[in-house]
Design a protein around this ligand. Sequence first.
Ligand SMILES: [Zn+2]
Ligand SMILES: [Zn+2]
Length: 302
Amino acid sequence: MVPRVVKGGPRLTEYLNAAKAVEPLYGDVQKHVLEKAGKPSDRRQDILHPSEMVKADWCHLAAFHRLRLQVEPAEKRTTTFTRENIFEEGHRTHSKWQAWLKEMGRLAGDWKCWYCGDVFWNDTTPAECHTCGAPPSCLEYAEVPLNADPLRIGGKADGYSPEDNALIEIKTLGLGSLRFERPEFLERYVVDTEHGRVPDLTRLWRDFRRPLPTAVRQTQLYMYLANHFEDLPAERTVFFYDFKPTQETKSFTVNYDESFSEPLIEAAAAIVDCLQADTPPFCNINGRAGCAVCLEFEEQKK
Ligand SMILES: [Zn+2]
Ligand SMILES: [Zn+2]
């Protein structure tokens, strides 16, 4: 019998996963995780999220529709096990750095009591629940809420250090995020080897000298919200980066620059005005014709 040669690649992986030709328990875990990911998200739809506002293709008309209808765009949310694994890894990395800062007493923020359900602010690791006196084992760090109610913006920073007047952002850096956000940076480190073209990770990590641009825009907006709406002095943001391929780490500082966020704040104010007047704004991405995101809402309305 002629052995069948099957070419590798993502298609084959997906097929094997679906066919469960691999270990059945492994397949069941993947199925479980993908089913969980398919459930409706508990992400609030009545506020503007800084993470969406800082994207180059943030459509004001789509934001208007979403706040008005309070539903997510109808686009099909496709995901893969790898993508979900990256998200989960990101959450775990947050918890790790936050736990270290907590042990040092250098972490301020909201704390949630799992015994009485209350959430309270504390400038350092609390000795007990402020409301019911439950011990620290019942308390979970609930990060740093950053809300501008009049502008309907709501977000959360990963941490705050009162001694440093600094917000804290924790990031994981993997090849996936670089490929997506800074393909030209990644491409510079791709070298030809006998196994094909692969990135030189040692040189890449050595030359990684500042946070990714979307992360900078997002933290500038966070600092704006902290200083103007939360009475939380934020002079700078400290970034902790975990490099996934090697587990090496780096830290960066981004100083507060108010002018960075002013156009976004003005846009949010304009969207709120439009909501009050019940008059949709123009699509700022593709004018009268509309962009993919706001057109989806138009479709939904039909
Ligand atoms: Zn309590
Ligand atoms: Zn649009």
